[in-house]
Design a protein around this ligand. Structure first.
Ligand code: BTN
Length: 266
């Protein structure tokens, strides 16, 4: 049964040190997808920085039509409503900004190397620890809003990573051997994401690109990707000022990838 949404639980609010992230909030014990809820709220005019949190999602979504499943009551599942200036292409750098902030926060807290894989995965040597799904709506060629949905594996155990995820996912708990306080972690994440997002809004992504590249697990690696039905490969050199992955094709040409699927070959 679904209980009605309420404000963020008090233990998150007590720890919040943000100006506007999480100051308006919806907490659902259970919902289909926090992104769906946030998209409806954003379309109805909800303020920038509003966060939608759930303890369990019945139909959590990832990129490329993948499901995002997480056991009830163990992890963090939340979506932020953002209203950056610009056209639809600004949704990509917002994902990279969030990935940088999450990777910085988790590295510091867990004392583990936490990297990013372009565009939206937050990973460690032991597997993926967080994922981001940004979905946007535009009006008259301008972005109306971006919903940044974030799933962080916090207290999931190895046994929770079944099927496809076995050996490819990690949680704060599997990485450190201890349980983590989800309220504290959420408050920390909202603080760091807000700080990076404010820099992005003030100075643009170009000034944050080097911070993202410093954590980019694919940097210098050979990758393959598919464009217009054709497979090609090249070496990753970094990201462009608008968040595209830059791949050197080895024949003097470099290509910028915005939405292609990329896999590391070597
Ligand atoms: C991915 O790695 O493909 C992205 C995963 C994003 C999952 C989060 S959980 C909160 C929010 N609600 C969703 O349905 N998806 C995102």
């Amino acid at each position: 049964m679904t209980r009605p949404p309420g404000p963020l639980p008090a233990d998150v609010r007590r720890r919040l040190a943000t100006a506007y992230f999480g100051r308006r909030s919806y907490f659902y014990p259970e919902t289909d997808s926090t992104n769906d809820a946030a998209l409806s709220l954003a379309a109805a005019g909800e303020a920038e920085g509003t966060v939608v949190v759930a303890d369990y999602q019945r139909r959590g979504r990832g990129r490329r039509a993948h499901a995002w499943s997480s056991p009830a009551g163990k992890d963090l599942l939340f979506s932020l409503i953002l209203r950056p200036e610009g056209d639809a292409r600004h949704a990509l750098p917002v994902t990279l900004v969030a990935a940088t902030a999450i990777s910085v926060t988790l590295s510091k807290l867990l004392d583990v190397d936490v990297m990013v894989t372009w565009p939206n995965d937050v990973v460690t040597e032991s597997g993926k620890v967080a994922g981001i799904l940004a979905e946007s709506a535009s009006s008259g060629g301008r972005l109306a809003h971006v919903v940044v949905g974030i799933g962080v594996n916090v207290n999931a155990s190895e046994a929770d990573f079944a099927g496809d995820l076995r050996g490819r996912a990690a949680s704060c708990r599997t990485l450190t051997g201890v349980e983590w306080d989800r309220a504290e972690l959420l408050a920390d994440l909202l603080g760091t994401i807000e700080a990076y997002y404010d820099r992005f809004k003030r100075d643009g992504f170009a000034t944050l690109a080097s911070a993202y590249e410093a954590r980019l697990a694919q940097a210098g690696r050979m990758v393959w990707f598919e464009r217009e039905g054709t497979r090609a490969s090249g070496r990753v050199t970094g990201v462009s000022p608008d968040g595209a992955l830059v791949v050197n094709l080895g024949d003097g040409r470099a290509i910028e990838l915005y939405s292609e699927h990329v896999e590391v070959i070597a």
